[in-house]
Design a protein around this ligand. Structure first.
Ligand SMILES: Nc1ncnc2c1ncn2[C@@H]1O[C@H](COP(=O)(O)OP(=O)(O)OP(=O)(O)O)[C@@H](O)[C@H]1O
Ligand SMILES: [Mg+2]
Length: 582
């Protein structure tokens, strides 16, 4: 029987998990890590890199490296690499394909189905794009579930029947959402969900980048944002972004950190270095308004669910950004209590997705999960009005119908414009698409009725149809493929494209594994040699020179990336190291 996996496809990091021996279990990548960077790279020779190796080439090759693609899902933006153009769906598919290969290697079986998580606040287009990405990667996408709901499942999975209300505060690399979930005897009901699809760790990093650029300008009179050489400019920004992220992470546990970027810029022959001390206090000043932007969604979720903060029994923090002390303070101040400490903010979403996969496969007992629509959906009516059909926070799946009268004598066509949002004015909401209902029976104005149906499925994806009430005539049309959406043909084509890369992705995976093992072996050897030289370990000088020789051989082979030679060296070196580990 083919396995179903659960996937947390994150802006910065992705994870895959499955139920193994009745337990949700994270699956390691080729480097033994659960977290795979959501980064895709294309080498100059057209080879695909995914995860750690792609992240590593980001500085050297920024124009051929794609990060944070999740932020573009559901848009019609294209990523141009050399001569080729890629949709966000295709880039995401490469990440998903890599996770599929990791899972298949680890589980030793084919994995054809997946549950993929998305932020609760993802729109229809973003969900559809995620689903398409999964299909391009070769998965049957069993279901799209909301990340906070997955986190709640991971938490509630072994908690028995006790009823409780949970607040999930999820601040990741690119998105933010808050959900209130009621858990009663194996049933999870989402009460309300709010958030911001464009707020996450990336924004915090850019605040630090801006600050570093300002300081550098003051000190060196060089504007790192205005470097004439385009490729040098990109490399500089990439280095700044990485340094900013590292500093940000450091400041979650330290009160002060150093940012060092030697040779950040070369003026003529003269290299200029960036060196800056950043305190936690300064950092908090730089990002205060970003943290505060998460306040209002908490209030809105509580008021939508008709709850006071003290009625919430437990708070779950999800997303790497929630390790930030300032974020934890805000949540505590808003909710009047501490968040749970025993939930891993990076791992729980994938665990929840695996639980959902286990339920689908029948290897876990049934949980009932009832999610909600994150936005109000409706159509535009005369005079720029927004007619609401599915109010936000309606439990899904659901079907709603609405009736409209024709507005012109003899009208045979009606333009149905579908929107999402909370404004009474149609023009202020987001357009999902439009279509024309034709073949309406001509009649006096107001005499013909048009029925519009909204069908929300469990994945939060909507299908809209319309027909003439009287004749049941007129065409039943689903929403027209907007430019944002890929056609079935495009998905099939992209699928062939990605699957052509399977062989080279597997080879790349193997290479990445060997290089990683070689690097760790080299590190161990170096530590051992140093310990010998310092006399902390009893190793005679002949042995030390043998170890050094081994280390040099590994270094050489690493330079030439000679994999079979590396494997040979790793085996020998591991033997040598083992002799000294007592
Ligand atoms: N200790 C830390 N302190 C502060 N921020 C951190 C820490 N560790 C990771 N981060 C930040 O958390 C973010 C990544 O979090 P996570 O892996 O949960 O996001 P994601 O799942 O990729 O994104 P999303 O859920 O928004 O799609 C990054 O911006 C990263 O810099
Ligand atoms: Mg996440």
């Amino acid at each position: 029987m083919s396995q179903i996996v659960g996937i947390d496809l994150g802006t910065t990091n992705s994870l895959v998990a499955a139920v193994i021996d009745g337990k949700p279990t994270l699956i390691p990548n080729e480097r033994g890590k659960f977290i795979t960077p959501s980064v895709v790279g294309f080498t100059d020779t057209g080879e695909l890199l995914v995860g750690e190796p792609a992240k590593n080439q980001a500085v050297a090759n920024p124009e051929r490296t794609v990060t944070s693609i999740k932020r573009l899902m559901g848009t019609d933006r294209r990523i141009v690499i050399g001569e080729k153009e890629y949709s966000p769906q295709e880039i995401s598919a490469v990440i998903l394909k890599k996770l599929k290969l990791d899972a298949e290697t680890y589980l030793g079986s084919v994995v054809n189905e997946a549950i993929i998580t998305v932020p609760a606040y993802f729109t229809d287009a973003q969900r559809q794009a995620t689903k398409d990405g999964g299909e391009i990667a070769g998965f049957k996408v069993e279901r799209i579930i909301n990340e906070p709901t997955a986190a709640a499942l991971a938490y509630g999975f072994d908690k028995g029947g006790e009823a409780r209300t949970i607040l999930v505060y999820d601040l990741g690399g690119g998105t933010f959402d808050v959900s209130l979930i009621r858990m009663v005897e194996g049933a999870f009901k989402v009460l309300a969900t709010t958030g911001n699809n464009n707020l996450g760790g990336d924004d915090f990093d850019y605040r630090v980048v801006e600050y570093l650029i300002e300081r550098f300008k003051d000190k060196e009179k060089i504007d790192l944002k205005n470097i004439p050489d385009v490729s040098q400019q990109r490399a500089i920004l990439q280095r700044l972004k990485e340094a900013a992220e590292t500093a940000k992470i450091d400041l979650s546990s330290l009160l002060e950190t150093e940012v060092n970027l030697p040779f950040i810029y070369t003026e003529g022959e003269e290299p200029v270095h960036l060196h800056e001390t950043l305190t936690r206090a300064k950092y908090e000043e730089l990002v205060r308004d970003l943290v505060e932007q998460t306040q209002q969604p908490i209030h809105l979720a509580l008021s939508d669910a008709n709850l006071a903060p003290e009625q919430v029994d437990a708070i779950i923090l999800v997303g790497g950004m929630t390790r930030t002390p300032m974020v934890q303070r805000l949540v505590r101040d808003e909710m009047g209590k501490e968040a749970l400490k025993d939930i891993n903010p990076e791992e729980c979403v994938a665990m929840g997705a695996a639980i959902q996969a286990g339920i689908k496969r029948g290897s876990l007992e049934e949980f009932v999960v009832v999610d909600v629509a994150p936005f109000t959906l409706g159509i535009e009516t005369e005079g720029d009005k927004f007619s609401r059909i599915v109010p936000r926070n309606t439990a899904i799946p659901c079907s709603r119908k609405s009736l409209y009268r024709t507005t012109v004598d003899g009208q045979t066509e009606a333009l149905i414009h579908v929107l999402q949002g909370e404004s009474d004015k149609a023009s202020q909401n987001e357009s999902l698409g439009e279509f024309i209902l034709s073949e309406i029976t001509p009649a006096a104005r107001g005499d013909s009725l048009v029925e519009v149906f909204f069908d929300y499925d469990v994945n939060g994806i909507v299908k809209i149809t319309a027909k003439d009430r009287k004749t049941a005539q007129g065409k039943s049309i689903t929403i027209k493929a907007s430019k944002k959406r890929l056609t079935t043909d495009e998905v099939a084509h992209a699928q062939r494209d990605v699957s052509r890369h399977t062989g080279s992705m597997l080879a790349q995976r193997e290479r990445s594994k060997v290089l990683y093992e070689a690097e760790s072996t080299l590190k161990d050897l170096t530590l051992l040699i140093r310990a010998g030289e310092k006399g902390e370990k009893k190793i005679d000088s002949i042995e030390i020179s043998r170890l050094s020789e081994m280390a040099n051989k590994i270094k050489e082979a690493l330079k030439s990336e000679d994999l079979s030679l590396l494997e040979e060296h790793i085996e020998k070196a591991t033997g040598l190291i083992a002799d000294y580990s007592y």
